[in-house]
Design a protein. Structure first.
Length: 97
């Protein structure tokens, strides 16, 4: 009984965190898909197809294990480093839409 009171909210919180992480990974993947090929060639040394593979694999590798953490790091790297370069190459700071 006590275990349900203590671990129930913790499992719910971890589930919510997992959903947020999945949403961020999906956002990064969709954002990368929608960026034009010309922006990728101008701004990023790694081709668009490679980043799509990395981000797609990131979505598939959920959880907080070793691969899940590596996938989250790759997603954060895209959002913090690659995405701003693509926005600059496109000539505007807004969204691709």
């Amino acid at each position: 009984m006590l275990g349900n009171l203590v671990f129930g909210p913790i499992h719910g919180l971890l589930g919510l965190i997992g959903l947020v992480i999945l949403a961020v990974k999906l956002f990064a993947l969709v954002d990368a898909v929608l960026r034009p090929q010309a922006a990728w060639r101008a701004a990023v040394p790694l081709p668009k197809a490679a980043w799509l593979g990395i981000l797609g694999l990131s979505v598939l590798l959920g959880g907080l294990g070793l691969f899940g953490v590596a996938a989250l790091v790759a997603t954060i790297l895209y959002l913090v480093d690659v995405r701003p370069k693509l926005q600059e190459a496109r000539g505007r700071g807004g969204s691709p839409w």
